[in-house]
Design a protein around this ligand. Structure first.
Ligand SMILES: Nc1ncnc2c1ncn2[C@@H]1O[C@H](COP(=O)(O)OP(=O)(O)O)[C@@H](O)[C@H]1O
Ligand SMILES: Cc1ncc(C[n+]2csc(CCOP(=O)(O)OP(=O)(O)O)c2C)c(N)n1
Ligand SMILES: [Mg+2]
Ligand SMILES: [Mg+2]
Ligand SMILES: [Mg+2]
Length: 339
């Protein structure tokens, strides 16, 4: 069903709530009939009979998740991608999303135009459409939330709690870039090499959700989640839910060239990489016999998959981090906690 509505003409006057929806958000919903042209009270969409809907919500607040003066297109990309990362962690393919914007009255149309353009680019990149949302004003900082809907074969969603003692622990891509990028953004880490600096800041601002690899883990991974709070903290979450413990061999944790050069032999920076979060890589477990299939999947999708440890019987949630010599590495924290 398509909406009879089209964007209003530009009259030069402030657009107001509905004018903004018309101009900036309606075009993002045009490819998705269930959005009903953003002209109805709600969206309506079905699910193919052999699939299930996977639903995830994440919010972002200026000053907490991004800097208030970050480019609006980057903010949009991070907002959508962090949610796509949660879909990937469930083994779900992107389908549709809803958007809540709570904006201070000082946020103008230039910001909104950049934000909507960023959403549009990523919608095309990841194959997802806007289905609806809400627009409110706030006397606080910019606050944004996306609810993402994904599709997974019935019964196939990969749980956090499927890990079993003896399983290997794997991570995609590389870890720590965003955490180092955050230190650069705060001005607490000096990086002279421009390309390393740009690479680390880039991973902070525009994470790379593993939307292609995630759905391929259905039936292969025993447990999975995405790394948002920090590698050690999130492995702890998987272990808590799986009722077991883990050993994380820190010497095996994949680092980008930029991260490796910035970390050097500084243990504090290495700890930052292991616990800083914002990675949006997939952290998953699989039985030992799945190793050849995972190697083939990694080659096929061009997404690095690295074995970094294993699960074992032990107190639920306990993560022992070892160094390259097998000694226990003491970390100041496991990861991000909002409270
Ligand atoms: N305010 C809330 N109301 C309901 N469920 C919540 C709330 N906050 C978190 N959760 C749920 O708690 C679990 C852990 O949340 P979270 O750590 O944010 O997961 P993730 O890192 O994947 O976003 C998720 O299942 C999430 O849906
Ligand atoms: C300005 C700024 N300060 C700090 C951070 C770091 N940071 C903020 S929240 C967070 C954890 C992930 O966010 P959360 O809301 O916990 O996402 P979820 O775990 O629900 O996916 C991190 C690492 C940041 N990205 N930007
Ligand atoms: Mg969350
Ligand atoms: Mg998650
Ligand atoms: Mg979190």
């Amino acid at each position: 069903m398509t909406s009879p509505k089209t964007a209003r003409a530009d009259t030069g006057k402030p657009l107001g709530e509905f004018g903004r929806i018309d101009r900036y958000f309606r075009p993002l919903a045009s490819g998705f009939p269930g959005a009903r042209g953003l002209a109805d009270d709600a969206a309506v969409f079905g699910v193919p009979p052999d699939q299930e809907l996977v639903v995830t919500t994440d919010a972002m607040v200026a000053g907490v998740h991004f800097f208030p003066d970050d480019a609006p297109g980057d903010i949009a990309a991070k907002l959508l991608r962090t949610n796509l990362s949660d879909l990937a962690a469930m083994g779900a393919a992107p389908y549709a999303y809803t958007l809540v914007t709570a904006l201070p009255k000082t946020v103008g149309e230039e910001w909104l135009a950049g934000f909507a353009a960023g959403l549009g680019e990523d919608q095309a990149r990841f194959g997802i459409a806007l289905a609806g949302g809400d627009s409110v004003s706030t006397s606080g900082p910019i606050t944004l939330s996306v609810t993402a809907f994904g599709l997974v074969p019935k019964g196939g969603a990969v749980p956090r709690w499927g890990g079993r003692p003896g399983d290997r622990v794997y991570v995609t891509g590389s870890i720590g870039d965003a955490a180092l990028g955050l230190e650069i953004a705060y001005g607490t880490l000096e990086v002279a090499d421009d390309s390393a600096r740009a690479a680390l800041l880039g991973r902070l601002r525009r994470p790379d959700p593993r939307t292609t690899l995630g759905p391929r883990l259905v039936g292969l991974a025993t447990g999975c989640l995405d790394v948002s709070d920090g590698l050690v903290a999130d492995l702890g979450h998987l272990c808590e839910e799986s009722g077991c413990a883990a050993v994380l061999e820190s010497g095996r944790v994949p680092l980008s060239n930029a991260a490796r050069s910035v970390i050097g032999d500084d243990p504090a920076r290495f700890a930052m990489a292991l616990t800083g979060g914002d990675d949006y890589e997939l952290l998953f477990t699989a039985a030992e016999h799945a190793a050849p299939a995972l190697a083939a999947l990694s080659a096929e999708t061009s997404v690095p998959v690295t074995a970094i440890g294993h699960l074992l019987e032990g107190p639920a949630g306990e993560v022992t981090v070892t160094d390259a010599q097998g000694r226990i590495l003491d970390l100041p924290t496991r990861g991000w906690d909002h409270f």
